[in-house]
Design a protein around this ligand. Structure first.
Ligand SMILES: [Zn+2]
Ligand SMILES: [Zn+2]
Length: 343
């Protein structure tokens, strides 16, 4: 029985290129009680490997969180498989707008302590007591209400390139950090304001909304399916789009453009730009925003120092890295003193 990937990412990319088949990029999550996550993980891997599903999936005692790509031809089979698992029957699938053949190159199903790294102790409050789920139309109506406070539950590098008009975008590295900040800011308004929140696919708001209700907020709303589902509904139902810029996504694309607005700046020269890159120095790998001119001038690096290192022969770079380890926290960082224009 094969429970792990046989192909390298490179071999997989070549195969996908060759096959040229249509794939759908999608995500879903569900909080559920899973008794034996290891067993469940193996069950998923075997079935999905067969269906040529690729992606990154987290399984925990508290549920499942999946981002994946499915061959369009196998979508029916995939959907039937999900419907055969009682807590995944009719689970909402967020289907990405851009269908990129290579959004994922491996199938990775991992058992974790939690499906979202939120650092919240579940025992302190009831996750099931969550906010009111609203669709795109109701969400737009709430945004027009002067009594609404809109909060972006994502991290600084996500909201930087795109967010809803008028949203509070906490300058935080993790979702957990924004909870007490927002609570403090709004403590006078627990009863009289609408606290409306959103995130990428809705999962972070599941817990955040329960947290705020637990803290005494009376009118808590969350955007169902997050920005991904909002965009889909806006397109299908021809609603007004209140999202500016790009939706940051956690695959190699980095961002999906939702509106033509470019709301951020190149971190090196300051001109309007919303393209995330990773520093070409493997030992740095800093996530930052870089325009094409700066990319050329800096050889895709974040600093002169990294540019010098990246120019060394590979073996010398490796020798330099020895003992230091790769920072390997590309999504946590996105901050550095070398970036003059990081807000
Ligand atoms: Zn620039
Ligand atoms: Zn660098």
């Amino acid at each position: 029985m094969q429970l792990y990937n046989k192909l390298s990412a490179k071999e997989r990319a070549a195969l996908l290129e060759e096959a040229g088949e249509d794939r759908l990029t999608l995500s879903f999550y569900q909080y559920a009680k899973i008794g034996n996550p290891e067993l469940f993980r193996n069950h998923l891997f075997l079935a999905w490997d067969e269906m040529e599903v690729l992606g990154r999936i987290y399984v925990a005692h508290e549920g499942i969180n999946a981002q994946l790509s499915v061959p369009a031809a196998n979508f029916e089979t995939f959907k039937n498989f999900l419907d055969g698992i009682y807590f995944l029957k009719d689970v909402r699938l967020n289907i990405a707008i851009e269908h990129d053949l290579k959004s994922f190159l491996k199938l990775k199903v991992k058992v974790r302590d939690k499906i979202v790294a939120d650092g919240l102790n579940d025992d302190t409050f009831d996750v099931r007591n969550k906010g009111v789920h609203v669709d795109a139309q109701k969400f737009n109506e709430l945004l027009d209400d002067p009594n609404t406070v809109l909060v972006d539950m994502r991290n600084h590098y996500e909201s930087e390139i795109g967010h809803f008009k008028g949203a509070i975008t906490p300058d935080v590295d993790t979702f957990r950090d924004s909870l007490p900040i927002i609570e403090e800011d709004l403590k006078e308004h627990k009863e009289d304001k609408n606290l409306v929140m959103y995130c990428t696919g809705g999962i972070r708001c599941e817990k955040a909304s329960a947290y705020y209700k637990h803290k005494g907020f009376k009118n808590v709303f969350q955007l169902e399916g997050g920005i991904i589902e909002y965009t889909r509904q806006v397109e299908n139902l021809k609603l007004e789009n209140k999202f500016l810029g790009k939706n940051f996504v956690f695959d190699h694309r980095r961002g999906e453009r939702i509106s033509e607005d470019v709301i951020s700046n190149c971190h090196q020269c300051g001109k309007p730009c919303d393209t995330h890159v990773n520093c070409a120095n493997e030992a740095c790998h800093l996530l930052f925003i870089q325009c094409e001119e700066c990319a050329e001038k800096m050889n895709n690096c974040c600093s002169d120092k990294c540019q010098k290192i990246a120019a060394l022969p590979y073996e010398e770079q490796k020798a330099l890295r020895k003992g230091k380890g790769n920072s390997n926290k590309i999504f946590k960082k996105g901050r550095s003193e070398v970036l003059s224009y990081k807000r």
